[in-house]
Design a binder for this molecule. Structure first.
Ligand SMILES: Cc1[nH+]cc(COP(=O)(O)O)c(CN[C@@H](CCC(=O)O)C(=O)O)c1O
Length: 305
C-alpha cells in the first residue's frame, strides 16, 4: 500500500503518497487507540459521488468522542478532505480510509492528548469479498473467537484496536478455506462478521441482530430503509447460529462488503446455497442507489464537482 503514486490528505495538507508516513514510536502503532472509517465513492452518470459521507464523518467523530479523542479538525474539514483527495487522485470510484491516531509525542499507556493526527486516503477497491461472492454468495464459518463484550472494548466506536478481534476471526476462517467469519457475542448469539453486519431472511421477513456488540453499520441502515420501501418487514432480535442455518437467505452488509450473499455457514447451505431472491433485489437496489441511478435516494450522494 505504501509504494504508489498519488496524494493523501494528512493533517490538513495533500502530501505525496510515499511521504505520508509516521514514526515507529507512534502511540497508536503500539497501543491501538485510533478511530477510522471506510467510505466509498462510486462512478455515476454525473461523475464520482461519495455515499453517505456525512453519516460516515458523523460516526468518525462519534467514535472519537467515545474514546475521548479530541480531533483537531471539524466535520466540514474532513468532508472536504474526502472531496480533495478523490480529485487529487483523479479517481472515478474509490474506497476512502479516514483515520485519526495518536502521534509520537509520547509513549506509555496514557497518550499525549493533544497529539492527534488525521489522514484521509483513497484508492480503487473492488468487491471486498470478490465479484463471485457478490453473485454466488460466500462461505462463512462461525468463529471460535467471541465478539467484544460491550464493557471491554467500546463496540459503537470504529476503533483501530477493536480489529485485532476481527483479524483473529477472519484469519481463522480463511485458513480453513472459508471466505469470512461470523462472530457470536458473549452470550452465544450472532453479533456480526469480522467487518460486516448480517441479515437473514425467513418466510419473506428480514431479521438482523440488535446492535448490542455490533457496529452500527451505515449499510445496515441503508438496507433497512431499502427493505421498508420494498414493503418487507424487518425484525431486529437476538439471532442464534441455528436460525442462520435454517434461514432461507442470509447476507452481509458493509461499505467494503456492500451486500454480499452468504451461501453457506459452517458447511450448511443457506436456503438453496446461492444468492436468494430477496437478497438479489436488495443488492440490485443498493447498487442502483450508490451508482446514482435512483433519483429517490440522491440525498445520500455527495457529488465530486
Ligand atoms: C465490525 C464491522 N461491522 C460492521 C461494518 C459495516 O459498517 P458500515 O460500513 O458502516 O456499513 C463494518 C465496516 N467495515 C469496514 C472496514 C472493512 C476493512 O477491511 O477495513 C468497511 O466495510 O469499510 C465493520 O468493520
Amino acid at each position: 500500500m505504501a509504494d504508489r503514486d498519488g496524494f493523501i490528505w494528512y493533517d490538513g495538507k495533500l502530501v505525496d503518497w510515499r511521504d505520508a508516513t509516521t514514526h515507529v514510536l507512534t502511540h497508536t502503532l503500539h497501543y491501538g487507540m485510533g478511530v477510522f472509517e471506510g467510505v466509498r465513492a462510486y462512478e455515476t452518470p454525473k461523475g464520482p459521488a461519495i455515499f453517505r459521507l456525512q453519516d460516515h464523518t458523523d460516526r468518525l467523530f462519534r467514535s472519537a468522542k467515545i474514546l475521548g479523542m479530541d480531533l483537531p479538525f471539524s466535520k466540514d474539514d474532513i468532508n472536504q478532505a474526502h472531496l480533495d483527495v478523490v480529485k487529487a487522485n483523479k479517481l472515478q470510484s474509490c474506497y476512502f480510509r479516514p483515520m485519526a491516531f495518536y502521534g509520537s509525542g509520547k509513549l506509555g499507556v496514557a497518550p499525549k492528548k493533544d497529539d492527534v493526527r488525521i489522514i484521509v486516503a483513497a484508492w480503487p477497491w473492488g468487491a471486498y469479498l470478490g465479484e463471485e461472492g457478490l453473485e454466488k454468495g460466500i462461505r462463512v464459518k462461525t468463529s471460535s473467537f467471541t465478539r467484544h463484550h460491550v464493557n471491554i472494548t467500546m463496540c459503537k466506536a470504529k476503533a483501530n484496536g477493536n480489529y485485532m478481534n476481527s483479524i483473529l476471526a477472519n484469519n481463522e476462517a480463511t485458513a480453513d478455506g472459508y471466505d469470512e467469519a461470523l462472530l457470536l457475542d458473549v452470550d452465544g448469539f450472532v453479533a456480526e462478521g469480522s467487518g460486516e453486519n448480517i441479515f437473514i431472511v425467513r418466510k419473506g421477513k428480514l431479521y438482523t441482530p440488535d446492535l448490542t456488540s455490533a457496529l452500527e453499520g451505515i449499510t445496515r441502515d441503508t438496507v433497512v430503509q431499502i427493505a421498508q420501501e420494498q414493503g418487507l418487514e424487518i425484525i431486529e432480535k437476538r439471532i442464534t447460529r441455528d436460525e442462520v442455518y435454517s434461514a432461507d437467505e442470509a447476507f452481509f452488509t458493509g461499505t467494503a462488503a456492500e451486500v454480499t450473499p452468504i451461501r453457506e455457514l459452517d458447511r450448511r447451505a443457506i436456503g438453496e446455497g446461492s444468492r436468494g431472491p430477496i437478497t438479489a433485489a436488495i443488492q440490485q437496489k443498493y447498487f442502483n442507489i450508490v451508482k446514482g441511478l435512483d433519483a429517490e435516494h440522491e440525498h445520500w450522494l455527495t457529488y465530486v464537482k
